[in-house]
Write a protein that binds this ligand. Structure first.
Ligand SMILES: C[S@@+](CC[C@H](N)C(=O)[O-])C[C@H]1O[C@@H](n2cnc3c(N)ncnc32)[C@H](O)[C@@H]1O
Length: 350
């Protein structure tokens, strides 16, 4: 018996049943509740990768299905005349993705924001990029979002950070943060990061794409562009999702249950339930944003015709964050695939 296949079948059955639940009123709550249960369990599993992930996952999927079934009993009693005006209006994949992230962080508390900055600062430092490295450097942060990475680079002494994003609201949010933090070395640009033609070849010492390009429809072009603007001797910092694990496979099935709901409504519901900010962010990111998956070789194949380079794994703060530690865990390959997440620092030679 293939236990993994059984879990995937359970997830499929849950999604099929949940997709029939009305997209308004209590039906929305039931969909969010069921997916939150599974998401919470997936997030617990990745913090304990020496433990078998399948039993807790099976239990969560059973509980989620029970929630959906219970809602089917209650729903006939509820008013079904409520309009579906809150349904997700953006049809375009990019608009939807931008809206997901803007909802995810534009109401972060100061504490949550500073925590997110310290996380990326530590990732960089553990990987060998500290104040000595960044002092006087010109950096590029593609898909800066809330700007946590740019803030880390600026605080570590970068001379200039060009921070780019497609999301107007994210840019405005970040502009406000920069003012509040008194940081003047970051330049904000609204631009699609899969086309960087406004910057010349070899312009930046450090080019970061931290969890961004896998959300675009043009990932490989984006990778070429980021490498092109990296100076020889400079570094291209690249974080992408890895291939083949049960974690993303289950999230992708769960997405079907909530993809028609608006990020605003989901966020409002989770806030009302007092779900912590970090978990709201994870939920919106993992259940609503489009994404694709990569092995390291997929990246190298794209870069090899463009120049020579060396690479190393980026170091992280925790086992999930650090691919080498992650892969030493007993169930890591089942959870994240045989290479773990694709988190690498590429040094461009020529
Ligand atoms: C998961 S967030 C990562 C944000 C940031 N790099 C970090 O580590 O906190 C993805 C960000 O990429 C932006 N993004 C996605 N596709 C983009 C594109 N084609 N051009 C510019 N920004 C994009 C989104 O608007 C969002 O702010």
């Amino acid at each position: 018996m293939n236990r993994r296949a059984d879990i995937i079948e359970k997830a499929e059955n849950l999604a099929q049943e949940a997709e029939k639940v009305p997209l308004h009123g209590y039906g929305v709550q039931a969909r969010i509740q069921a997916t939150l249960m599974v998401s919470h369990t997936l997030e617990t599993i990745v913090r304990n990768m020496d433990n078998d992930p399948l039993p807790p996952l099976e239990k969560a999927l059973d509980h989620a299905r029970a929630t959906i079934r219970a809602s089917e009993n209650i729903l006939p009693e509820l008013d079904d005349t409520i309009s579906s005006s809150q349904l997700h209006k953006e049809n375009n994949v990019e608009d939807k993705m931008v809206s997901v992230f803007e909802n995810a962080w534009t109401s972060f508390s100061k504490g949550t924001y500073e925590h997110s900055v310290s996380l990326v600062t530590q990732r960089l430092k553990n990987s060998g990029y500290d104040e000595t490295f960044f002092s006087g450097k010109v950096c590029f942060d593609g898909g800066c979002g809330s700007g946590r990475l740019s803030v880390a680079l600026a605080r570590m002494g970068a001379k200039e950070v060009v921070a780019v994003d497609l999301g107007k609201e994210s840019i405005e949010y970040f502009r406000h943060i920069l003012k509040e933090l008194g940081i003047s070395s970051v330049t904000l640009v609204e631009q699609d990061i899969t086309n960087l033609s406004r910057w010349e070849d070899q312009s930046f010492d450090f080019v970061a794409s931290n969890g961004v390009l896998h959300h675009t429809t043009n990932t490989l072009d984006g990778i070429r562009e980021h490498f092109r603007i990296t100076k020889p001797g400079g570094t291209f910092w690249l974080y992408l999702y890895g291939k083949g694990g049960i974690y993303w496979e289950v999230y992708d099935i769960m997405k079907r249950i909530v993809h028609l709901l608006s990020p605003e409504e989901i966020k409002g519901t989770l806030k009302n339930w007092n779900v912590r900010e970090g978990m709201i962010y994870t939920y919106l990111d993992n259940l609503l944003a489009p994404r694709t998956y990569y092995h390291k070789e997929d990246i190298f194949e794209v870069l090899e015709p463009l120049g020579t380079f060396e690479w190393k794994h980026a170091k992280g703060m925790s086992e999930i964050d650090d691919t080498e530690i992650l892969l030493s865990k007993k169930h890591a390959c089942l959870i994240y695939g045989d290479q773990g997440e694709t988190r690498i620092a590429i040094k461009k030679i020529s």
